[in-house]
Design a protein around this ligand. Sequence first.
Ligand code: IMP
Length: 401
Amino acid sequence: MKNISIIGLQWGDEGKGKIVDYLAKDYKTIVRFQGGPNAGHTVYVNNKKYVFHQLPSGLLWGNKKGIIGSGVVLDIETLKKEIEQIKDINFKLIIDYRANIILPYHKLEDEMEESMGGIGSTKRGISQAYRDKYARIGIRVFDVLNEDRLKIALKRNYEFNRALISSRYSKEIMSFDEVYEYVLSFKNFLLEFSSDAQYEILNEKEGIIFEGAQGTLLDITFGTYPFVTSSHTITSGIGISLGIPLNIIDENIGVFKAYTTRVGKGPFPTELNDEIGEYIRNKGNEYGSTTGRARRCGWLDLVLLKYAVLMNNINYLILTKLDVLFGLSEVKVCVAYEYKNNIVDFPPVYDLENVKPIYKTFKGFDSVEGASEYISFIESYLNRKIVFVSYGFEREAMLKL
Ligand code: IMP
């Protein structure tokens, strides 16, 4: 059985949840390797909608193993609610000892920072939890299992965050005893579900899906910094987030929408601030599954997509939400940029504010078959095969090409 990764090739919201669910039928283990409850992976089964923020998608088939890997930041309250949501389904869950925990004041801080300007985060305390991780003052799942260890680690974390919140935002936070009790209240839960997931993954023989969250252009280093998330969303991130060699992965599957969206601030060369953008937003229901925010919409950007295909070593592509474009009289794709008086087809991602998209225009289409010219063009531009087209939210609305 092959190990595969499912990677978002745009700014997130490519429909990875549905794809992971679809492919998970034939797999036993699904691993979330980065991000946290900023993700909102939506899966529809039997007309019921599930949104996974922390749990891997793909558990709905029953008898699957879900792993929350070491590179994830974990909101345990959210996770417990999600588990409750699927309590009738049999699955095994493993949370890595090394995953860092999002604390209540991380969320408060994220909200305060956003109210002062910010980058348009999901306000889930993601960047604050990762900051503490890299400052070596984070609280790991393993710390919660031992009260003495937790007290020492939490004291440092608490003092740092209290001072920061009081000086920068003039806010008082909960007392140390309150936060200590709060975290400790998860001890039994974590005793039940936590383990060494790196060991599990390195010794798994039956095939794994590595489920990416967010998207390539939100990668902390290679995305549109600073308008990015705080983890490595690209395939290289799988190795570093989980402590595994990348050659464990046989195939990287890239998921992209037939158009582009992004939430939050930041450059977006093909953005449509007109009635077509509005049409796509309404028809595609482009509102955040985590925050409800309206997503910014625009044409497909093949320059950025090619960058994502190369950077992630993508073997195959899956095209989603093609149906949203049905009915438009014409459809455009960006094939190059004008940048500093030159025509370029490799994106200056660090200076994306200053590119001007150059488009190729296609006649509109009303079906997957009718879009064959559009699909073939994308395949030849990216030099990769599109193996599935998703054309609706239901599990069954998938066409194998
Ligand atoms: P954060 O990850 O909450 O810190 O947000 C940083 C940026 O990433 C913001 O622009 C968010 O809108 C965006 N973002 C984070 N998670 C997702 C996601 O799952 N889908 C789309 N955008 C996301």
